[in-house]
Design a protein around this ligand. Structure first.
Ligand code: SF4
Ligand code: SF4
Length: 171
């Protein structure tokens, strides 16, 4: 079976066109106004830490096993849901001063540092460009899923709709 024939569950990620159809990706006017979260969960499994952790009640889940959706009016871009999601399925997006920004979970070494130039990867793992780390924060003690939450800047704002991972080159 070719990659084109696989569904999101078999593939392990949604394609951008599928996310657009699901209404998951925030419109450009929203991300130009503020940083907001979006959920790219693939599996409808019993899970809800994202909705539980959101202090603004911005994540809507009709039931424990249904896919969540972010209310961008309510979302403040606080990153708590990115830090807590066990599926690494939540990201933040923003377009500011003509540049794109994506905030994502990061759980491997080497440790991210401000100013590092990194490879930008799309949902399939393909390298789509280079970006710069602008804000790594480490969620550790007391958190269920210790990890970094990294924000990366990219010159092409359209890439913020594609980039969902980074690779830090070995020193
Ligand atoms: S970024 Fe913060 S406010 Fe927005 S959905 Fe996530 S937890 Fe809620
Ligand atoms: S916490 Fe993550 S995996 Fe669980 S329902 Fe929310 S988005 Fe999906």
């Amino acid at each position: 079976m070719s990659m084109e024939e696989l569904n999101a569950l078999q593939r392990g990620y949604h394609r951008k066109d599928e996310l657009e159809e699901l209404g998951v990706l925030p419109p450009e006017e929203t991300v130009k106004e503020k940083r907001v979260a979006l959920i790219e969960c693939v599996e409808e499994i019993p899970c809800n830490p994202c909705a539980f952790v959101c202090r603004l009640d911005a994540i809507e889940k009709e039931g424990l096993c249904t896919l969540g959706k972010v209310d961008w009016e309510k979302c403040s871009g606080c990153t708590l849901c990115v830090a807590v999601c066990p599926g690494l399925s939540i990201f933040l997006q923003q377009i500011k001063d003509g540049k794109g920004y994506v905030t994502m979970p990061y759980e491997v070494l080497p440790a991210p540092k401000v100013g590092m130039t990194v490879q930008l990867k799309d949902r399939s793992g393909k390298t789509v460009g280079e970006g710069k780390i602008v804000n790594p924060t480490y969620q550790a003690k007391g958190d269920a899923y210790p990890r970094w939450v990294v924000t990366v800047e990219m010159d092409d704002p359209a890439l913020s709709y594609e980039v969902r991972a980074i690779k830090i080159p070995e020193e």
